[in-house]
Design a protein around this ligand. Structure first.
Ligand SMILES: Nc1ncnc2c1ncn2[C@@H]1O[C@H](COP(=O)(O)OP(=O)(O)O)[C@@H](O)[C@H]1O
Ligand SMILES: [Mg+2]
Length: 261
């Protein structure tokens, strides 16, 4: 039997002002699945991840989180200001039964002591503390928005090896193509408010995207040619001049409408 998703988004729609950012976006996360979420700048990836995290509410659609499943979200801009130290910040993300030694272990592995005050942190240090916070409780799902931002190469390599062995399911947004290609085995492509799922990691994405776009372009050309043919018939066709063919005129209108959509 196929495993049930631990997190699922269905038919997610969201409009900001007058722009519809998401129309019917989907996301389905199976236990342990390593997923890349990709799309152009401004396509709504961060927003979709926030909806998955439960931090933003959609206008329409369903969010399902398996009862009892634990989820952690790494925001693009972590805010540590409410905590006295980096260790307090990491521990606040853990639960009673969690292994608290892991908080210190992760902070140290990421080059922090745990005693740093959030006031004096650089962007890179804040990001490393935030990574320790989402990794420490070993949740069922980790949602990561640009996890390699502000990290130096050794830290990126450490993170990649940590994420490649972790049992948690991952959904990763990253501009770091090698990082995504090495880690992910499933890709969700967000494009014009809709998502498409590929059961291959980011390494297989570009070839797939190009073939999808090519097919779309061919369908559009075919429709354009059909419209031209119909217009020609209605203007010059003998029977069109003799009597108006209302049904065919209606069909042309439908074709133009379809082309517009
Ligand atoms: N809270 C918000 N209010 C208004 N517009 C927003 C809000 N959040 C995001 N947007 C807009 O939605 C678009 C998509 O943003 P985002 O989800 O960050 O995309 P991505 O992560 O793919 O670059 C952007 O144009 C952004 O300005
Ligand atoms: Mg973003």
């Amino acid at each position: 039997m196929a495993a049930a998703p631990i997190l699922a988004l269905q038919g997610i729609a969201l409009t900001f002002g007058t722009t519809q950012l998401l129309e019917a976006a989907e996301l389905s996360v199976l236990p342990g699945e390593k997923i890349a979420l990709v799309g152009r700048n401004g396509s709504g990836k961060s927003t979709l991840l926030k909806i998955a995290a439960g931090e933003v509410e959609a206008d329409a659609g369903k969010r399902f989180l398996q009862p009892g499943a634990t989820i952690r979200y790494l925001p693009q801009e972590p805010d540590l200001s409410a905590f006295p130290t980096t260790l307090a910040y990491v521990e606040a993300g853990m639960e009673a039964g969690d292994d608290h030694y892991r908080a210190t272990y992760l902070l140290n592995a990421l080059g922090l002591t745990g005693e740093e005050s959030p006031k004096n942190l650089s962007g890179g240090e804040a990001r490393r503390a935030a990574l320790a916070r989402v990794l420490a409780p070993e949740p069922d799902i980790i949602l990561l928005d640009e996890p390699t931002n502000h990290l130096d190469l050794p830290a990126i390599e450490w993170l990649e090896s940590e994420l490649s062995t972790i049992k948690s399911a991952l959904v990763i947004i990253s501009h770091d193509r090698r990082f995504l290609a090495d880690l992910t085995r499933v890709t969700y492509w967000l494009d014009r408010g809709l998502t498409r799922r590929l059961n291959k990691g980011f390494a297989g994405f570009e070839e797939w995207r190009d073939s999808v776009l090519e097919e779309e372009e061919m369908a559009r050309h075919k429709l354009d040619r059909q419209i031209v043919r119909e217009e020609h018939w209605l203007t010059f066709g003998v029977s069109a001049r003799r009597k108006r063919n209302v049904r065919r005129l209606g069909a042309l209108f439908d074709l133009r409408q379809e082309r517009k959509d």
